[in-house]
Design a protein around this ligand. Structure first.
Ligand SMILES: Cc1cc2nc3c(=O)[nH]c(=O)nc-3n(C[C@H](O)[C@H](O)[C@H](O)COP(=O)(O)O)c2cc1C
Length: 287
């Protein structure tokens, strides 16, 4: 068995991606890791306008993993088009680029895609739906079938590239929501995003923003279950498994649960060589 695979109409040399937001746009990792050996990179979330993000501290560690509140800091579509995508096009020959998109109202996702779609380096889009709908009381887009369906349908109209929706693990019926996205035109689902969390010490929150997203080892069983639930209900839908991967056995679990690709976030932030060690281990067992 080989690790190479054709997913979403594209060839991936192996199933290991770097998870959204944990590898920025790859440029920062130049000289630290050989990005082009991986299956691909999911970029940091891109919004229409640049965002400076939340107040520091933005990350805190705890026993089960990490708590973060980056606040979706990013250069916006212009900076991404002018600097980040050209860098990726020059530096990646084999690794694929999945572009993570955020919006703060329904229409913003499709507007971001429209602005970026001329770039040939993008293999697929990943819609980060764990983002508060500021025009609608701050409820996450991914929590309501209507907003999921509308956002996916609007994005579907403006691009021929594959679209993945990224869902939060706190949905009561994550498989049901994945099916809503599929029926509106999505090609894949990415599970899971971070879990909401809060930590304080002596009454002072550990994060400048107060609450944040939990990632790391504690998410492994959550992500594997979400993958299994979606695979049971939607046997042919492409799943990208994310959450808590630190070992080759974790990757294998996601693949057995039904994921076609996996993404590593927190563990690769702590140790940029880890994805390559997992890859070598997988090559030994599967290669
Ligand atoms: C610092 C940090 C930034 C993140 N930024 C994004 C983001 O921009 N878009 C997104 O969809 N997910 C983002 N995530 C979530 C990760 O892509 C991933 O779903 C989550 O961390 C679980 O994987 P892990 O346990 O391997 O870290 C971020 C996570 C972390 C830790």
């Amino acid at each position: 068995m080989t690790l190479a695979r054709t997913i979403l109409g594209a060839d991936f040399q192996n199933p290991i991606l770097l998870a959204a937001g944990t590898a920025a746009f790859g440029r920062e990792l130049d000289g630290v890791m050989e990005l082009d050996r991986l299956g691909g990179i999911v970029t940091k979330a891109v919004s229409l306008e640049p965002r400076s993000g939340n107040a520091p501290p933005r990350v805190a560690e705890f026993r089960g993993g990490m708590l973060n509140s980056i606040g979706l800091a990013n250069p916006g579509v212009v900076g991404v088009l002018e600097v980040e995508l050209p860098w990726l096009a020059r530096n990646l020959q084999r690794a694929r680029v999945l572009l993570n998109v955020v919006g703060f109202e329904w229409g913003e996702y499709a507007r971001v895609i429209e602005r970026l779609d001329s770039s040939a380096v993008i293999t697929a889009y990943e819609l980060n739906l764990s983002c508060p709908n500021t025009a609608h009381g701050g409820i996450e887009f991914g929590a309501e079938p209507e907003s999921v369906a509308q956002i996916v349908a609007q994005c579907r109209k403006v691009t021929k590239r594959p679209i993945a929706v990224k869902l939060s693990p706190v949905l009561p019926d994550i498989a049901g929501m994945a099916i809503v996205a599929r029926d509106a035109g999505a090609d894949a689902v990415t599970v899971v995003n971070t879990l909401p969390g809060y930590l304080e010490r002596g009454g002072t929150p550990l994060l400048g923003n107060g609450n944040g997203g939990v990632s790391g080892p504690v998410l492994l069983p959550v992500g594997v279950l979400a993958t299994r639930r979606i695979r049971e209900r939607a046997p042919d839908f492409t799943i990208i498994g994310v959450g808590g991967i630190t070992r080759a056995a974790d990757v294998a679990q996601y693949l057995r649960a039904g994921a076609s690709l996996v993404a590593i976030g927190t563990a690769a932030l702590a140790d940029p060589r880890l994805p390559f060690r997992l890859l070598e281990e997988l090559e030994e067992t599967h290669g």
